[in-house]
Write a protein that binds this ligand. Structure first.
Ligand code: ADP
Ligand code: TYD
Length: 208
């Protein structure tokens, strides 16, 4: 897996501003002449988008934690094969809204102590980490308010509520301590443009 492109991911709780920051980073890199592929999980390829609907719509108790891990991993494998790796091999920058760290936190910690299962499946079926991950850290109450205000119908996870948002935030911060070389924590409780300037500098090593 020595693709020449750069693989950048955004992580954080629901409503933390990941999609906004992914878009602003993509725009900024394109303005500087880079070829960028913007994508997201779950989804990012036709098959994975179908799996997304199974995961995000309907009754919060629809799947067991174990089944959920399998579905997220199946979607990720398809996304990797059909979207991410071809773009990296073509030398592009891939910016992905959520990736395996979300499974480590959401399924590995908060839906039961299943981190080992998540890690073993990742090693077997994915085997690729981002080059850099921006963790947008955010007050859980504010994140939930923003996420629920969107009313997209994809609210199966948001329906778990504030206590779960708190545990997920703690889970992401613990992950940042576990992977200090890859994951950079960015304060999301600021204006979008201020956050975007910091993200750009982290990713490119030059001021925006
Ligand atoms: P996520 O992808 O993490 O769920 P979004 O980027 O979709 O988050 O942002 C959630 C909502 O909050 C959107 O309505 C967005 O316009 C708004 N938002 C994003 N970043 C900021 C910010 N820095 N300050 C205020 N509102 C924001
Ligand atoms: P997303 O569309 O990124 O939601 P948001 O914009 O609200 O952050 O992700 C949808 C939900 O899927 C989100 O609540 C987190 C959850 N999720 C997991 O539980 N595990 C995963 O591996 C991924 C990628 C997402």
């Amino acid at each position: 897996m020595t693709a020449p492109g750069r693989f950048v991911t955004f992580e954080g709780i629901d409503g933390s501003g990941k999609s906004t920051q992914a878009r602003l980073l993509a725009d900024a890199l394109r303005r500087r002449g880079q070829e960028v592929v913007e994508t997201r999980e779950p989804g990012g390829s036709p098959g994975a988008e179908e799996i997304r609907r199974l995961l995000l719509e309907g009754d919060p108790g629809r799947w067991s934690a174990e089944t959920e891990i399998l579905l997220f991993t199946a979607a990720r494998r398809d996304h990797l094969e059909r979207t991410i790796l071809p773009a990296l091999e073509a030398g592009k920058v891939v910016i992905c809204d959520r990736f395996a760290d979300s499974t480590r936190v959401y399924q590995g910690i908060t839906r039961g102590a299943l981190r080992e299962v998540v890690d073993r499946l990742h090693e077997m079926m994915i085997g690729r980490e981002p080059d850099i991950t921006l963790l947008i850290d955010m007050d859980p109450q504010m994140g939930l308010r923003r996420a629920l205000a969107r009313k997209t119908g994809e609210d199966r996870f948001e329906a778990f509520g504030l206590d779960m948002q708190r545990r997920m935030r703690a889970g992401f911060l613990a992950l940042a301590r576990e992977f200090p070389d890859r994951i950079r924590v960015v304060d999301g409780n600021r204006a979008a443009e201020t956050i975007a300037a910091e993200v750009f500098e982290i990713v490119t090593g030059t001021p925006a």
